[in-house]
Design a protein around this ligand. Structure first.
Ligand code: SAM
Length: 317
């Protein structure tokens, strides 16, 4: 059975934030830095609720789940969670991580059923990486990328780079060059407003990022997959994607729901409509939450209207 919203879009993808706890404090994810960001966990959806809800969503055609956070690898039961999610029958199970803890866990996650990973990487310079992430180790992130490439092969490792003026924008060509010899998918993501900051003056929109990439070589269009508009540099092994939630939002093809770290179902990252998983216990109640969330999906982008008051860490980027 397929799940359609009121605008005819098929909803078959859930982005699941499993914790708001993070071991990094990225400048654009938690504006205000340490003062706004606790290393303590405030939210984590309950294991059993997640699995029951996903089982119900599977009956309605759920195909794809992406686990995010906070940092999902901080959740002690993450391997068991991956295993149980995969058992529900989702076809494509992926996880977004900062990579700090991935080396050493990658094989265990793969064996539990994880199909692939996205690794966030915003600089190839260790001092700058440390500054952007509030203390992260570039060496650990790079090691995680190499490990993930081996473990999840032939699924490509996706590398997420949020490009920011005066911070890391000058590294866009270096990131593009990463795709020449290795089969990475490097994705340039437009900076989104969060935590009361609109970030307008810092944003590098995809058109500008594309121009910077063109200094490396000619870009051959490959078409769109999900939110990413994809290209390949001539003779490159990997793919370059541009994700443009601000300059060219992709709401018309949106197929997602989100579960926040507080265990609330949201029809859109920037919606304030939430359905609470906590009180639901029966399959019928879960089904009702699913249907309510899908039917409350707005047609277009709520992004420009809302300068999000929550942080990505809480909602799950
Ligand atoms: N801790 C994991 C990580 O770092 O990949 C997963 C959570 S993080 C919130 C998920 C993604 O959201 C990351 O790729 C991050 O770059 C992105 N993100 C966070 N804040 C953002 C913002 N203001 N604009 C655009 N992307 C953002």
């Amino acid at each position: 059975m397929k799940l359609k919203d009121t605008f005819g879009r098929t909803i078959d993808y859930i982005r699941l934030s499993v914790t708001d706890k993070c071991n990094l404090r990225c400048i654009y994810c938690v504006p205000g830095g340490v003062s706004r960001c606790s290393l303590r966990e405030h939210g984590r959806p309950e294991f059993e609720k997640i699995i029951s809800f996903l089982r119900v969503a599977r009956k309605y055609g759920l195909k794809k789940v992406r686990i995010t956070g906070g940092e999902p690898l901080l959740r002690k039961d993450i391997v068991r969670l991956v295993r149980e999610i995969k058992i529900t029958g989702v076809e494509d199970l992926s996880l977004t991580t900062n990579g700090q803890l991935l080396s050493g866990m990658a094989m265990e996650l793969k064996k539990a059923g994880l199909d692939r990973v996205n690794i966030s990487l915003d600089s190839l310079r260790s001092g700058r990486y440390r500054e952007i992430t509030g203390g992260g180790s570039l060496a650990s992130a790079l090691q995680a990328i190499t490990e993930a490439e081996r473990v999840f092969w032939p699924a490509p490792v996706k590398i997420n780079m949020v490009s920011i003026k005066g911070v890391n924008g000058d590294e866009i060509p270096d990131f593009a060059r990463m795709t020449l010899e290795r089969s990475f998918h490097v994705r340039f993501i437009e900076l989104m407003p969060v935590g009361g900051c609109n970030f307008d003056s810092l944003r590098i929109i995809s058109g500008e990022a594309k121009k910077a990439v063109s200094s490396v070589g000619r870009l051959l269009p490959l078409g769109r997959t999900g939110s990413s508009d994809n290209y390949r540099l001539s003779d490159a092994k990997g793919v370059i994607g541009f994700i443009s939630p601000m300059s060219e939002h992709f709401c018309d093809s949106c197929n997602r729901l989100r579960i926040t770290s507080a265990g609330k179902i949201r029809p859109c990252l920037f919606s304030d409509h939430e359905e609470d998983l906590a009180p639901a216990s029966t399959e019928t109640e879960m089904e009702q939450l699913l249907l309510n969330s899908v039917l409350s999906k707005a047609k277009g982008s709520l992004l420009k209207k809302a300068i999000q008051s929550g942080t990505m860490q809480q909602i799950g980027g």
